[in-house]
Write a protein that binds this ligand. Structure first.
Ligand code: GRF
Length: 205
């Protein structure tokens, strides 16, 4: 059976890269409608880049401190990503906010996965903030990145129960289990069916 051309994904990482790995595992099935074509990081020695290299994929590392200005870094990041002609850019544990240049270039097709049920608990410590608030369910959100911090239109969410003995680490790990599944599922549907953004509402037909 032949399959139509797969959507091209560039994935940006800063850490372990288990969400990236979920996409790499998914694309091993030729029926999965997207493929990772390159992986970029904002720092050296990330598990994510190592995973990409083990998969035989091209990688790039662009550190903010190696550029004269943040805008220069942002432009270089946009150029590095664009060189791989992605259909979708995935921020999978990428701990930098993209700038204006990057957001303009990939408007509507730059997606980020975040470990909270947005709009609750945006920012760097979603699981801890959820615990501190005493919520009984937590989860993750995949969204289209806009100029705010974790404010963009929502593509999908998944929920986990909060346990009485959870700390931020155990809760985050449980969230990441459903986060990886959500990422593979939603990116696959976007690639296969397309998507439209109307204000805050995203529709994947
Ligand atoms: C994910 O929970 C992501 O939402 C958050 O950092 C974690 C990255 O995990 N920003 P990994 O690097 O994909 O394992």
């Amino acid at each position: 059976m032949t399959h139509p051309a797969r959507s091209r994904l560039v994935v940006l990482v800063s850490g372990a890269g288990t969400n990236l790995q979920a996409l790499l595992d998914a694309m091993a099935d030729p029926a999965y409608p997207a493929e990772v074509v390159a992986v970029g990081a904002d720092r050296a020695d990330t598990g994510g880049v190592t995973r990409a290299q083990q998969a035989g994929l091209p990688t790039f590392e662009l550190r903010v401190q190696d550029f004269a200005t943040r805008a220069d870094w942002d432009a270089a990041l946009a150029d590095a990503v664009a060189a791989y002609e992605p259909d979708i850019v995935v921020s999978a544990g990428f701990l930098k906010l993209a700038g204006v240049r990057f957001l303009q270039r990939f408007a509507g097709r730059y997606v980020n996965t975040h470990p909270s049920l947005l709009p609750s608990f945006p920012g760097m410590s979603g699981p801890q903030d959820a615990l501190d608030h005493g919520v009984k369910v937590a989860g993750c959100t995949l969204f289209v990145v806009d100029a705010g911090v974790d404010t963009g239109p929502i593509l999908g969410q998944a929920v986990v129960d909060v346990r009485d003995d959870d700390d931020a680490s155990t809760l985050h790990e449980r969230i990441k289990t459903v986060e990886r599944t959500l990422l593979v599922d939603v990116v696959g549907r976007m690639a296969r069916d397309g998507w439209t953004i109307n204000g805050r509402k995203v529709t994947i037909p």
